[in-house]
Design a protein around this ligand. Structure first.
Ligand SMILES: [Zn+2]
Length: 142
């Protein structure tokens, strides 16, 4: 079973939906909302314990939060399923499905074109769309 720890009930519900949709069946995701950060969201992962930490910065539009959460949940999925690894190598070397990628700290070309980011940006759109449909079905949105 996937455990979601989050004080915000709306975010917690969305995270459960995203996790289910992404096929996550176990592990723990801790989600924290903070006022300000240089990034909209970050996801850290500790393989020992299968534990993901997602930090979200409050955006100008509250709805953006669900989109950023979807993006970070895709990264949690990539770590939990072993598709993406940073911990085995040097800090700016990533392993994606067994292939090595060199990345930098800046949001440059390497960031935008990294396959795990392309997947996260691509899937976040579908995840939010599916979640909105789910909310409509259950009558939470009118
Ligand atoms: Zn990302």
């Amino acid at each position: 079973m996937l455990h979601i720890i989050c004080e915000n009930e709306a975010l917690k519900r969305a995270a459960h939906f995203y996790g289910r949709t992404l096929g996550l069946t176990d592990g723990t995701v801790v989600i924290t909302l903070i006022d300000e950060h240089e990034h909209l969201g970050i996801c850290d992962y500790f393989r020992a314990g299968n534990l993901a930490f997602i930090v979200l910065a409050k955006p100008e539009e509250p709805e953006e939060l669900f989109c950023t959460l979807a993006h970070e949940m895709v990264h949690a999925k990539q770590y939990m399923k072993g598709e993406l690894n940073f911990d085995k190598h040097e800090e700016y070397l990533a392993e994606w499905h067994g292939a090595l990628y060199s990345i930098s700290d800046e949001l440059d070309e390497a960031y935008w074109f990294a396959p795990w980011e392309v997947e996260a940006y691509g899937m976040q759109i579908g995840l939010v769309e599916l979640y909105l449909r789910e909310l409509e079905k259950s009558g939470s949105v009118h």
